[in-house]
Design a binder for this molecule. Structure first.
Ligand code: BG6
Length: 483
């Protein structure tokens, strides 16, 4: 029997980004508004929970009429729209083999439902892909990363409307045809599970427009499942050797104690997190989900032809983000800490980041083994990293904390490969500092490359290599053997 040792020679080392967090130029060259353009920066002291989960019709209306003036950092990003050549050159200097990015749907179809694409938007991504390929960096492209065109929100309340499926498939077909000689690795929806936690972020849905918001978010999820499979069908006919992946925010739940009630609760929480990959990888709704729907009195419109397409076109690989682990308890009382759009009881064995996310490298090995055992499909870590405050001293950033975090996680990924897991690659989140998804801050930084820009958009935008830059460069050049 073969045993694996170490990362394969084709391992895709690199980093991951999203258009709305880096590009800026939100209204340039024909781009339309997207959900991300409505997410406001609120200073920490004024924040109540995850502020952007509270988007409602009245608030959106006030933004549109100008009655509410806020600061919307995702409209400006880090100006990648204008700096991509220099930024990609820096990634190439680190030896990147792959770069994950998203296409901003509303750059291609400004309102989301047009028939004719915006040529300037298509040309922009041609230029990006050509630059990446000139350095032998493989583009890994997300079709939708929290960037639903706002036109679709106005017309259908985002993914709550079934009609959005056909608009998405038209968009997917358009970009597959355009970039068929440039992009091999695709994924449909970033962290598809977020639609049921933050419907506006995940699906452009304004919840108070729905009589039953929870039902609407699960109906919208169903639409995304169907759209993903239909897009996969198109991909296979347009670029036969391309690979389609799904993308899950894997939030592994441990039982808070060995009380069987806690174990059961953790199992149920894990099922509800793995629901998404169960459907997209195995091609059918699991039985526990049917019980969940009936327990919550949710009635979804799911047709036989929807189920047939989901069955026929599952994904080729499973990608996921991993930042932390969570605890489940049948009687959740105790210290609570923050997580990625989800809170948890505090795990006494783990340290937390400055934002409360519990740091658990071993959990990554657990997740990799679990996903491999469950699906037997290639896995791809497409987000992992430490959001931290960086201090510039004499023009340098000594981010040993980031190096430590990444070193431990990559070491656990390597151990999982030695366990027998088929791992395609590792993409660190935010290789260049970018606007935070959850808080729209710049203070929370993930990069190997510092961007001189603060929460209010002040700064020269100069790029500075952090200590982690050369560290990661060495990891890549040694294929992870020098950890
Ligand atoms: C993931 C998202 O959930 O976490 C990214 O896909 C996001 O878009 C990343 O940036 C880190 O989250 P945050 O809130 O620290 O930016």
């Amino acid at each position: 029997m073969d045993t694996n040792s170490g990362f394969k020679s084709t391992f895709l080392w690199g980093g991951a980004t999203a258009a709305n967090q880096i590009e800026g130029a939100y209204d340039k060259d024909g781009k339309g508004m997207s959900s991300a353009d409505f997410i406001e920066f609120i200073p920490k002291e004024e924040r109540v929970g995850d502020h952007h989960m509270e988007i409602n019709s009245e608030h959106i209306q006030k933004i549109l009429t100008g009655e509410h003036e806020g600061r919307f950092p995702k409209r400006d990003g880090i100006d990648f729209y204008n700096t991509y050549k220099e930024d990609i050159q820096l990634l190439a200097e680190m030896g990147f083999k792959a770069f994950r990015m998203s296409i901003h749907w509303s750059r291609i179809f400004p309102k989301g439902y047009e028939q004719e694409p915006n040529e300037a938007g298509l040309a922009f991504y041609d230029a990006i892909f050509d630059t990446l390929l000139s350095y032998d960096i493989e583009p890994v492209v997300t079709l939708s990363h929290y960037e639903t065109p706002f036109g679709l929100t106005e017309k259908y309340n985002g993914w709550a409307g079934r009609q959005v499926i056909e608009h998405f498939v038209h968009y997917a077909e358009t970009v597959f045809k355009r970039y068929k000689n440039k992009v091999k690795y695709w994924m449909t929806f970033n962290e598809i599970n977020i639609i049921n936690i933050s419907p506006f972020t995940g699906g452009g849905i304004i919840s108070d427009r729905e009589t039953n918001p929870m039902e609407a978010s699960y109906q919208a999820l169903h639409h995304q499942f169907v759209a993903s499979s239909l897009a996969t069908k198109k991909l296979k006919s347009i670029i036969p050797n391309a690979k389609m992946g799904c993308m899950l925010a894997r939030m592994i739940h441990y039982p808070n104690t060995c009380n069987p009630e806690d174990v059961l609760k953790a199992q149920q929480d894990n099922q509800m997190n793995l629901l998404y990959t169960d459907v997209q990888s195995l091609g059918e709704y699991p039985t526990y989900y049917k019980k969940f729907l009936s327990d919550n009195e949710l009635t979804l419109n799911i047709t036989d032809s929807d189920l047939a397409i989901i069955k026929q076109y599952p994904v080729d690989y499973i990608s996921f983000s991993y930042y932390m682990s969570l605890l489940s308890s049948s009687s959740p009382e105790g210290n609570i800490t923050q997580g990625n759009l989800m809170n948890s009881l505090k795990n006494p064995y783990l340290e937390s980041s400055d934002w409360g996310w519990q740091i658990d490298p071993t959990g990554l090995r657990v997740v990799l083994n679990e996903l491999w055992d469950r699906y037997k499909k290639p896995l791809f870590i497409v987000e992992n990293g430490l959001g931290a405050k960086d201090i510039v001293e004499d023009g340098q950033i000594h981010d040993n904390y980031r190096i430590e975090y990444l070193k431990k996680h990559i070491s656990e990924a390597k151990r999982a490969v030695e366990d027998g897991v088929d791992l395609m690659g590792y993409l660190a989140w935010g290789p260049i500092d970018l606007v935070s998804m959850s808080t729209s801050e710049m203070t929370k930084r993930y990069g190997f490359i510092y961007v001189d820009q603060d929460d209010y958009g002040n700064g020269s935008k100069k790029r500075i290599k952090k200590d982690s830059f050369n560290w990661y460069k060495n990891i890549i050049s040694t294929n992870g053997s020098d950890l």
